[in-house]
Design a binder for this molecule. Sequence first.
Ligand SMILES: NC(=O)c1ccc[n+]([C@@H]2O[C@H](COP(=O)([O-])OP(=O)(O)OC[C@H]3O[C@@H](n4cnc5c(N)ncnc54)[C@H](OP(=O)(O)O)[C@@H]3O)[C@@H](O)[C@H]2O)c1
Length: 437
Amino acid sequence: VTPRVEHVAAPGSPGAAATPAPPLRVALLGFGTVGRSVARILSERTDIASRLRLTHVFNRDVARKRASWAADSIVWTERIEEVFASRPDVVVEAIGGLEPAEDWVRRALQQGLSVVTANKQLIAAAGPRLLRLAADEGCELRFEAAVAGGVPVIQAIQQGLAGDVIARVAGILNGTCNYVLSRMGSGSVSMEDAVTDAIRLGYAEADPTSDVDGVDAAAKLAVLAGVAFHRELRTADVATASIRPVDAVDFRYARRLGRTIRQIAAVEALDAATLHARVGPALVPEASRFGRNEGANNIVAITGRYGGTTAYSGAGAGGDATAVAIVSDLLALSASRGPCGPAEWPAAAMDDAHEGRFYIRFVVRDRPGILANITAALARWRINVDAVLQEPGFPKDRLPFVVTVEPCRELDLRNALNEVDSTDFRIEPLVLPILFE
Ligand SMILES: NC(=O)c1ccc[n+]([C@@H]2O[C@H](COP(=O)([O-])OP(=O)(O)OC[C@H]3O[C@@H](n4cnc5c(N)ncnc54)[C@H](OP(=O)(O)O)[C@@H]3O)[C@@H](O)[C@H]2O)c1
């Protein structure tokens, strides 16, 4: 029998089989809703075990967190020093909040360790500085999970749409508001009851202020603006309106206009350095992507100069969906595709001269001449009325009616409304942009 001779190529020669890289050693900070799901996916997905290995789980008072399904080799610790001393390849930050999360993320990057985070608050507040630090230290900071939970919108912009020039990003980024508004739109549920249900079902925090007042969506929009336009958009520069003044009657009027109401977050580039960004309730066509977006779902529509609009939708929150985004970021790191996008996000210039069509809902003590006063004030600011709508069946001393206007500057509209005799108003007029997407 002639022995078989195997050809063995010298390392580095063209025929050499590539030596598989060792798995990335992952340290997980935070074992709450998201962190637990990350650990579970890494434990269950044996198909990626050769690329990612969870070595440490850090949490305060960690003994109560220990999971029986996790590998015995994982070190559970409540000492952050132990995590850094172990020199992992990647730190996953799933703690939330600004401090101590920012301190630990900064420390990891300073040590040259890449970081994956789900923390929109952190990226909105400190993203540009942390990205610069990562670039200086030759590591990466990834944050797919920070916006729209499980919807891979950041990778879509950074990779799938890298060939386009982004002009506009618009979406429904807050599941709580979408749940509340879609409930109000599909039945005669008050805002208060819809918010209570959202809390009961776990869509909203016990204190839903940052959701309903638009702060949460503004932070996510700031992150998206950085990724899409490579400019720093500060959350405070986003024109933010609460959904609180929206009333059940607004859905009746919106329906007469073929529309419904959603909290829309939108940012557009007026030129390479100037952005216009807003978050708040708006009228959208009932049959549009946004109008049909129900429950706590998120949706993001990205408009490129060349490729037109593409849209991405799915679960905006939830441990598993968010953890998928984190694990995808980890896999991208393990494939060492290199950093995505530029490390610099210089400050954006802001444009607040928003122009568009508007819906204005008044609630007045009825008397002759009110409509004439309103239209006269609008005319003084050269604003044309498009339609006047009045639903029957409301008491005269608390009468809601709606005026829609043709395209105008929002600032002019606000000035015109300031000139209307406010003693007739039972409450401040509600101004909603009318969108076409
Ligand atoms: N949940 C979602 O659906 C979702 C979606 C997208 C993004 N995110 C983001 O993901 C991050 C984590 O959210 P989460 O929902 O998983 O929060 P969570 O359930 O409250 O988990 C946070 C974990 O971190 C631990 N922790 C907090 N502060 C700590 C500290 N100073 N030292 C040590 N451990 C600390 C907490 O321990 P204790 O148990 O002792 O509090 C908890 O186990 C946040 O940035 C959030 O915005 C969440």
